[in-house]
Write a protein that binds this ligand. Structure first.
Ligand code: NAD
Ligand code: UDP
Length: 312
């Protein structure tokens, strides 16, 4: 297959490029380098089966490919809130442009959606059948509603034009190649701990998330793209079913780093979801997928990565 990965220079996109190349595909990574970096792909630079295009998905582009993974979009709250109008444009116009390409060349397309479509959920844990509880005018809306519209566009192109779509709802994923300044909790805590700084716990730290290691996420994403059948267009949650509080995350990291980590409380950002945890039955039944990496193992590998880049 010739495969396009938008957002290919980002955290997840670069791991996806690695995986697709090792599966024998030809890969084009497309990115505007807002939160991604060329260094995430530098080890692939000389391969004849790989190329990078600097391009912004809000503008149309003509390419001939078989599969499109549409990952382009800043994922960390500090980055997607930096220019919220641009975030909406990236999700909405990016999805439109990539769907237009799919329709033109008959390519299968996967949209990277998010557990944020469930908002601050009133149903817990969250199955795919839950419609969500999203504030349409809050700080997180540019991201949450942008992704919800992207899902709508995917479904409408599927029903109206027969486009072959896949929708993955990704829950919090962490691992090597998260940027040092990414701002999400796992990279923040690890970088702070390694620098001997107190860990910034927002609010009381009793809010929960379920954290998935990047390799497991990419495996679920590739399995979903390859799935055939009448229900293949329906959204699938890929995430960890293991829910923990942010204070428990501090404790787990303390054991891995081997020191008593100090914390400092910071104000809880507006609309920060209180609880979040994936229901993963659909991924298990339809894709034969389940996470293989424990939180301790995944965090240990991620700590090793940050130790190396901070020492450089
Ligand atoms: P990331 O910020 O590391 O990667 C996003 C990539 O998209 C970056 O390389 C960035 O430069 C690129 N990009 C942003 N706007 C663009 C534009 N307009 N045109 C072209 N490229 C653009 O984030 P990530 O964690 O790798 O997330 C990848 C995708 O997965 C995103 O769509 C995100 O919403 C989704 N997702 C991630 C998580 C997670 O926990 N990592 C959870 C849910 C959903
Ligand atoms: N968080 C925190 N300290 C940080 C960064 C984040 O306590 O330095 C909290 C944040 O308020 C949220 C949780 O950790 O409750 C996960 O935040 P992240 O930005 O990683 O992801 P999201 O909120 O989008 O799930």
């Amino acid at each position: 297959m010739r495969v396009l990965v938008t957002g290919g220079a980002g955290f997840l996109g670069s791991h996806l490029c690695d995986r697709l190349l090792s599966d024998g595909h030809d890969v084009i990574a497309l990115d505007n380098f807002f939160t991604g970096a060329k260094k995430n792909l530098s080890h692939l630079a000389n391969r004849p089966d790989f190329e990078i295009i600097r391009h912004d998905v809000v503008n149309p582009i003509l390419l001939e490919v078989d599969w499109i993974f549409n990952l382009a979009c800043p994922a960390s709250p500090i980055h997607y809130q930096h220019n919220p109008v641009k975030t909406v444009k990236t999700s909405v116009m990016g999805a439109l442009n990539m769907l237009g390409m799919s329709k033109r060349v008959g390519a299968r397309i996967l949209q990277a959606s998010t557990s944020e479509v469930y908002g601050d959920p009133a149903v817990h844990p969250q199955p795919e059948s839950y419609w969500g509880n999203v504030n349409p005018i809050g700080l997180r809306s540019c991201y949450d509603e942008g992704k919800r519209v992207a899902e709508t566009l995917m479904m409408d192109y599927h029903h109206q034009n027969g486009v072959d779509i896949r929708i993955i709802r990704i829950f919090n994923t962490y691992g090597p190649r998260m940027a040092v300044g990414d701002g999400r909790v796992v990279s923040n805590f690890i970088v702070q701990a390694l620098r001997g700084e107190p860990l910034t716990v927002y609010g009381e730290g009793s809010q929960t998330r379920s954290f998935l290691y990047v390799e497991d996420l990419i495996d679920g994403m590739v399995k979903l793209m390859a799935r055939e059948g009448p229900d293949a267009h329906e959204p699938v949650n890929v995430g960890s079913p293991h829910e923990i509080t942010m204070l428990e995350l501090v404790t787990t990291l303390g054991k891995i780093i081997g020191s008593d980590l100090k914390i400092v409380h910071r104000p809880l950002p507006a609309d920060d979801p209180v609880r979040r945890c994936a229901v993963t039955e659909r991924a298990r039944e339809r894709l034969g997928w389940q996470p293989k990496t424990s939180l301790e193992e995944g965090l240990t590998r991620t700590v090793a990565y940050f130790r190396e880049i901070l020492d450089r």
